[in-house]
Design a protein around this ligand. Sequence first.
Ligand code: GRF
Length: 207
Amino acid sequence: MNQPSTIRSSFAVLASGRGSNFQALLDRMADTSLPVRCTRLITDNPGAYAIKRAEFAAVPVSIVPYGEFPSRAEYEQVLATVMAQTGADLFVLAGYMRILGAGIVRQFPGRIINIHPALLPSFPGLHAQRQALAHGVKVAGCTVHFVTEEMDAGPIILQRCVPVLDGDDEETLTERILVEEHICLPEAVRLFCEGRLRLEGRKVIQT
Ligand code: GRF
């Protein structure tokens, strides 16, 4: 993985659905606390609400409709080309609901980050909040991490935690975590773009 060392100024977002994390990034850009450019939204889902958010913010959109490709390999080939064409320094997976193939991860080493709604390494994969509730944890949260070939296992950039309350169900816990996601993700993008993240083994050091 490359050591980010220089100041980088642009990112592209990959999102599959609602796009509230994408919106959090757009909001921080609008209030100037995140002084970087979003060069493109890339989505695999033509019905994603994130597309509307992009249009409203005048961010160009690329739809790479997963369902219309004969194979995953062909989908990923086009996705990789679209990603490269954005010219972005950083790719932010913000509710991107597919696993990125190893080829793409290797093509952009140290330049892809993901937000996950659990305190990794606990509860990777789908339905993280449901997993946390089922396990009976008292503290939950979110993690922004570098993407590596192993799902939800890359070096951790930032985490924020929330209490799990006795009366919580999946919806209430998800809502509480989401508030923290919207803080955590823009902060991680800012640190990356300011060149303030250094990797030591699998540890991310803030400089
Ligand atoms: C978030 O909970 C994120 O952590 C997970 O997918 C959800 C996406 O939500 N990866 P949104 O589309 O950003 O609203």
